[in-house]
Design a protein around this ligand. Structure first.
Ligand code: ZN
Length: 501
């Protein structure tokens, strides 16, 4: 944006978590940032370009604090998978064969998010057996070419589901066990070296597409790998992001394998610090949350995915009252499924209402908006620079059409956005002051071209994953039965509404 004329946005109402009444104000954008918030009609630079935003409510672009672009082709592939069944089927649902496939998958996710008002995302991208500079950069480029701000978090694991859950592999029939044992994983040294290669020549600037790393799940990462990731993060300053105590199966398996909570184990490995984000954190207790708070780590709350996969209800109020930075995520298309941050906000609010009868304990509309904007941004390392409509902040903005039926009549702008908006009123979206969605359509990506590329890519991939899919389907009943037993075993606390279906 440097060198471009300033842009003046006139006539809109501006809503962020600090201005819940959505006052009328004009905005001045310079060099990709908000230069000033002006009283309506106040004088500004003579040479400014002008954008008439009368009838719009401008909100900060929403921040998706946890998603996975490698699963962008997997929306609606199942109706009743648990997390473990989701992982069981991963070898075919997340199969991407070339860097170009990763580019297209990421671009599809980016277009979905942008057109639904989300301008920044944390992408935990999985490349098997290890991340490559070409693969991760291709995914990042898919986002960037669509106009998305993205934090790329290559996923690292040195075992899979059958090595992660004690006893699961032994519970498989003799006929299937060798096929599972034949799946090979890279060791910690090779994974960290691969990550170093990705970091060494990372071609994106730190505001457009910062890099981090994502040791996937404690049980899927050896202690050695977790420690190596912690050391790499300390050395390079890269942020880390890990699924933590997402399901009861993980919590039970973790306790039996480690003799301590998953959170305690991750802390012992040196990961839990101010550069760390814990995704989900459903099956954590108060002591775990105290530990996360004391270390200054953030949490990515994924209420929709937690419902979709039956993982349970995370206690966002307890996180907030400890001062933990809580971002909001959709999770992947395979469990989200439309990557809609408005839906994620509403789900976060509604779940808090189901946690107990005292409305004072429910999340407020402002708290939910803060999670979906400035706190999500802070969890990406953009604290104080992204997620508000205030001078100095990056000009990532979504324009909602107040003439849309969603706002007829207009009562409380914030509450109405939270409980009514579904993305249908998103008219324009800007990232760094550049319009990337106009009249509800992406400006940098031709939808017909993207559609053709997605369809041909998916057709080609589907033709190659038959064997993987057949194996996953053969394994699924055994995975389900074993994990169901684990999930039914006693645990010190519950995160289910266990009063029966
Ligand atoms: Zn995830």
């Amino acid at each position: 944006m440097t060198g471009r004329r300033p842009l003046r946005i006139d006539g809109a109402r501006l809503l962020d978590a600090e201005t819940p009444d959505a006052p009328f104000a004009d905005l001045l954008i310079e060099d990709g940032r908000i230069a000033a918030v002006l009283p309506p009609g106040a004088p500004g630079p003579e040479d400014a370009e002008r954008l008439d935003a009368v009838g719009c409510m401008v909100i900060p672009g929403l921040v998706n604090a946890h998603t996975h672009s490698h699963l962008a082709f997997a929306k609606g592939v199942h109706d009743r998978w648990t997390l473990e069944l989701h992982l069981n089927h991963g070898p075919w649902t997340n199969a991407l064969l070339t860097p170009e496939d990763r580019y297209i998958a990421a671009q599809l996710g980016a277009v979905e998010m942008l057109t639904k008002g989300c301008t920044a995302a944390v992408d935990l991208h999985n490349e098997i057996p290890m991340p490559s500079p070409e693969g991760i950069a291709a995914a990042a480029q898919g986002h960037v070419d669509a106009g998305m701000r993205v934090q790329m978090m290559p996923m690292l694991a040195d075992t899979g589901l059958w090595g992660a859950i004690p006893g699961l592999k032994d519970a498989l029939p003799e006929t299937l066990r060798p096929q599972v044992e034949a799946i090979r994983f890279a060791g910690p040294e090779a994974l960290v070296e691969a990550m170093r290669r990705v970091a060494r020549d990372w071609p994106f600037d730190a505001d457009t597409a910062p890099l981090g790393l994502a040791p996937t799940i404690p049980l899927h990462c050896s202690d050695g790998l977790m420690r190596a990731c912690a050391e790499l993060s300390a050395e390079t300053g890269l942020r880390t992001h890990m699924h933590l105590a997402e399901s009861k199966v993980q919590a039970v398996a973790g306790l039996s394998r480690y003799g301590e909570s998953l959170t305690a184990r991750v802390d012992a490995a040196g990961l839990l610090n101010e550069r760390f984000t814990a995704a989900h954190a459903v099956w954590v207790d108060d002591a775990d949350l105290d530990r996360i708070a004391a270390r200054g780590a953030a949490i990515a709350h994924n209420p929709g995915s937690n419902l979709r996969l039956g993982s349970g209800l995370a206690r966002a109020r307890r996180m907030l009252e400890r001062g933990i930075t809580v971002g909001l995520g959709t999770d992947a298309s395979s469990c989200a499924d439309g990557l809609n941050m408005f839906e994620a906000m509403r789900t976060a609010a509604l779940i808090s209402h189901a946690m107990g009868p005292d409305p004072e304990r429910w999340l407020t509309a402002r708290e939910v908006l803060r999670m979906a904007t400035e706190d999500g941004a802070a969890s990406m390392g953009f604290a104080g620079r992204l997620g508000r409509i205030a001078p100095g902040y990056l000009a990532d903005l979504a324009f909602l059409d107040l003439r849309h039926v969603n706002y007829l009549p207009l009562n409380d702008p914030l509450v109405q956005m939270l409980f009514v908006e579904n993305g249908a009123a998103v008219r324009r979206v800007m990232v760094g002051g550049r319009t990337v969605v106009e009249d509800g359509r992406p400006t940098l990506v031709d939808l017909d071209t993207l559609r053709a590329r997605v369809e041909s890519t998916v057709e080609r991939i589907r033709a190659t994953v038959g064997e993987r899919k057949a194996l996953a389907e053969a394994l699924a009943p055994h995975t389900a039965a074993f994990c169901q037993c684990l999930a039914a075993s006693p645990f010190p606390f519950t995160r289910y509404g266990e009063f029966g279906p």
